[in-house]
Ligand binder design. Sequence first.
Ligand SMILES: Cc1ncc(COP(=O)(O)O)c(C=O)c1O
Length: 392
Amino acid sequence: MKVQRTIPPAAAPLYWRDLFCGFGGIFSGEKSVQNFEAEIKEYFGVQYVFAVSSGKAALALILRALKTLSSKNEVLIPAYTCFSVPSAIVKAGLKVKLCDIDPATLDFDYKMLEKRVNENTLCVVPNHLFGIPSDLDRIQSLCRVRGIYVVEDAAQAMGGVYKGNKLGTIGDVGFFSFGRGKNITCGSGGVILTHSQQIASAIEKEYSGLERPTFLENMKEFVSLVMMKIFIYPALFWFPNGLPFLKLGETFFYTDFPMKRFSGIKSGWMRKWKERLERSKQDRAENGAYFIKSLRAGIPRGNDIPYLRLPIVIETVEKRNRIYSLSRERGLGLSVMYPTAVNEIEEIKADFKGEAFPSAKEIAEKLLTVPVHALVSDRDKRAITELVNSHC
Ligand SMILES: Cc1ncc(COP(=O)(O)O)c(C=O)c1O
């Protein structure tokens, strides 16, 4: 464990006053959750909103609901994404189908997507990875004529826009995550949004069977949020970052995650969410713009996106690994994100025998993310630029 300034790869703004607001949420309980859902409805201009325990739970709930509306059972996702996405599909009892990505945009390879949709495709799930909008017009025109649902996974893209419309509200149904390291956080949480009355009533049936978190679970979450609040600062982040059992930044495939409702205490923690989202977007857009100008690495897509983290693609695996290990030594907060393409995840790889997703594999090997949150100082920015450019 090296005691030095260490930048976390991602960090959402969270203030002590937000944590104290949680106690108000405990007492007003259900009412506080309803107020939070009403604010989301109003801000995003949607009719139906369901707040749940995580982004994974949101996706699994959506898929279980869609399953009741159709006899199709395949869910088409990008072959490079967060392992939580296939985890939620398997939890919902559906089949994961993969489409390769375009390494220049990290979005679907659209030529392949056209070939991958078929009569069993229940839905396509664009991922807006790192906050970069997927080409929703293209996806919708492909899906609409075939009766395929579009489920927007906007876990990493809350507050982003596509052609003037808010991400998460454009597909048939969408969701955000409030996990650690997302745009805004309350430790863990997620929210589902839809304009469709048919989908909302199918979700409602599933949602009505969900329990609320227990008091003990809420208290555990409170303690871990306080810890996060204290140790997220670069002056202290070296400590949790150096504890291997915390497995910070690692991604796992697992299906035994809880599916619960959102709690009153979490609604309390989210009380000033609009302010926090605006602030976080502004910081990330500014820092992203700085790195886009200063870094000599390949950067998928363009300028004024409030990136969750800025993805960069390094020429060779060796160089990528070298930059990453130097960043770890110097505490600069670069991360390698997902270790493999989805088809190589140990627990499900047998389902993809004989299939190849070369661009997803290449990106898993060559991608790095650059931290763009508010805790990155001007000095950090110069040090990151110097490190990346001297190896590119
Ligand atoms: C693209 C994507 N989808 C879904 C999820 C799941 O969200 P959560 O961590 O809140 O379960 C994540 C989380 O990192 C994600 O990045």
